[in-house]
Design a protein. Structure first.
Length: 316
């Protein structure tokens, strides 16, 4: 793709309706230390998710975050068979009763639904979590876990096996699991989700929710495409307590702005335009352009967004 303007265009705000396609391409280019870019964004993003949760949680709940990468939830109070886990984000509740089998649904209109796997044991995982059982000097126990996936947790990643096993451990604990996957260049750890962009019915991003505390025990998935807003989800707490229409996009855009990520992105050019040259120079590897990692439909959406940005800037 040729540049759309000779003049570079940098924006403080995220101009996309959802995840920023330009930034995500930059964060997934091999080598060039861009893995560090994603890890930095990941850690800050989960911290802002915790802050956003705390602003809307009912009394008796608390969200906590941890900046470390492959962190886990402490669920030893729920099931002594499971190893202690430390969360990225956790919500705690004052009462320690198990969640009742309610009728609330996190994703009302899922794109796909499939049954969850049976319990298995394992070690570490990366997550955003919600805890319950807050008291004067105790954080209580986790009731919701929110995973922001990294490439190491996905198909082909070094942590895939432990992620899948730890995922099944979570189901046995009664914790509701939310999985947010924005890394379109690696395949989901969930085999039921088709690999993007090659397989029919695939999409670059999704939110998956597995509520193991309420029947039916199943995973419900909502896909979204480039320039789509983040799907709104209900955060299921204890009993009938619920956060309705939680928007992960609010925390994403806050992370984007406060991290001044816009300084790295020239919207007059395609996403990560020097990827081929840089990877060839640093790794002696031939790779396709970053734009080719998107489907033709999403490439068109990126181009449309770029034209809209240029037109908007020209009218200022």
């Amino acid at each position: 793709m040729a540049r759309l303007s000779e003049k570079p265009i940098y924006l403080k705000q995220n101009p996309y309706g959802g995840p920023n396609a330009h930034l995500l391409s930059l964060q997934q280019t091999p080598d060039r230390d861009n893995g560090g870019m994603w890890h930095s964004f990941h850690n800050t993003y989960i911290s802002h998710i915790a802050e956003e949760l705390n602003s809307v949680l009912p009394d008796g709940y608390m969200a906590r975050s941890d900046q470390s990468l492959q962190l886990e939830i402490s669920i030893e109070d729920i099931d002594e068979r499971l190893p202690p886990r430390r969360p990225d984000v956790a919500i705690y509740e004052r009462t320690g009763h198990l969640a009742s089998a309610g009728i609330s649904t996190a994703i009302m209109t899922p794109d796909i639904v499939f049954p969850i796997e049976e319990l298995a044991s394992d070690t570490e995982i990366a997550a955003v979590v919600i805890y319950s059982g807050v008291s004067h000097r105790s954080l209580g126990e986790p009731i919701v876990r929110i995973e922001l996936l990294s490439d190491s947790n996905k198909r082909g990643g070094s942590g895939l096996t432990s992620y899948r096993k730890g995922r099944r451990d979570t189901f046995g604990s009664g914790v509701t699991l939310y999985e947010l996957d924005l890394l379109h260049e690696s395949a989901s750890p969930l085999d039921e989700i088709p690999a993007y962009p090659t397989l029919r019915g695939s999409h670059p991003y999704y939110v998956a929710v597995t509520d193991s505390s309420r029947p039916p025990r199943e995973t419900r998935v909502k896909f979204f495409d480039v320039d789509d807003p983040f799907p709104l989800v209900n955060i299921l707490l204890r009993g009938d307590d619920i956060i309705r229409d939680f928007d992960f996009g609010i925390s994403y855009n806050e992370t984007f702005v406060r991290g001044i990520w816009g300084k790295l992105l020239d919207y007059a050019d395609e996403p990560d335009p020097t990827r081929q040259r840089d990877v060839q120079a640093s790794m002696n590897r031939n790779v396709p352009p970053a734009l080719a990692a998107y489907s033709p439909a999403d490439q068109a959406r990126i181009t449309e967004r770029m034209h809209a940005i240029i037109e908007s800037e020209a009218n200022k």
